[in-house]
Design a binder for this molecule. Structure first.
Ligand code: ADP
Ligand code: MG
Length: 238
């Protein structure tokens, strides 16, 4: 089963052509990492998949459904942002519950899902704290927990660790890898960090100027980069 299929996807903002003929498949359970320089269109691609931006042309298929006209909340996707995007006036429990309340999930179901996500992400001691009372790493775990409770078919992470210091980045990276093993979910993860890409990915998609430059396993790309650009990104001498 395919989790995501993009066919001839294009996105322009006015005269600016940002995403160019993207064709891409994510298999169910796969951890796919998008890498590429700043401005190459990584965030735009995630936002188009999530439905936060409309595609200009092309098809977005999630599972068995074409979702081009499906609103974001109904796409079976949850996105984790670099900036956390938590609600400052809500505590951790309320931040994690909000989307489920909006979906009108039963109270017992909401409590069970929040309890499970808190346990997975070691957030139990912080459930009644507000974001301002948490460290950066704890806030990012809440943002991840808020995605986990929705039980999405597909997780999207947009540079989730780039605001954390090096030690926390490593811890949180290991936590995301563990989450992927436990949930067996399909994940797309954007980064410009070579170590994150090489250690997390089943499959790496190298983007350059809005196009897919190369797709392959970390070892494929490391050993057989298509060109100097890919080689420089993945640290292998070309
Ligand atoms: P990345 O995440 O790889 O750094 P982005 O997807 O944020 O790249 O941006 C890709 C390009 O699209 C950039 O040139 C950016 O200026 C442009 N862009 C992104 N969002 C918009 C927008 N809402 N309106 C106009 N241009 C945009
Ligand atoms: Mg970005």
């Amino acid at each position: 089963m395919t989790a995501l299929q993009l066919t001839d996807l294009n996105k322009s903002f006015g005269a600016v052509h940002v995403l160019k003929d993207i064709n891409l498949t994510v298999e169910e359970g796969e951890f796919v990492v998008f890498v590429g320089p700043s401005g190459c269109g990584k965030s735009t691609l995630l936002r188009v998949i999530a439905g936060l931006e409309d595609a200009t042309s092309g098809e977005i298929r999630i599972g068995a459904s074409v979702v081009n006209d499906t609103p974001p909340a109904k796409r079976g996707i949850a996105m984790v942002f670099q900036s956390y995007a938590l609600y400052p006036h809500l505590n951790v429990c309320e931040n994690m519950s909000l989307a489920l309340k909006q979906e009108k999930q039963p109270k017992a179901e909401i409590e069970a899902r929040v309890a499970e996500a808190s346990r997975m992400l070691s957030l139990d001691p912080y459930l009644d704290r507000r974001p301002a009372e948490l460290s950066g790493g704890q806030r990012q775990r809440v943002a991840i927990g808020r995605a986990v409770v929705r039980q999405p078919q597909l997780f999207l992470f947009d540079e989730p660790l780039s605001n954390l210091d090096a030690a926390l980045r490593m811890n949180t990276r290991l936590e995301i890898a563990k989450l992927h093993r436990q949930l067996e979910g399909s994940m797309i993860y954007v980064t410009h960090d070579q170590t994150e890409a090489m250690t997390l990915a089943d499959k790496i998609v190298v983007l350059r100027d809005g196009r897919v430059e190369q797709v392959g396993s970390p070892m494929d790309l490391y050993n057989n980069p298509a060109n100097r650009f890919v080689a420089e990104f993945l640290g292998s001498p070309s």
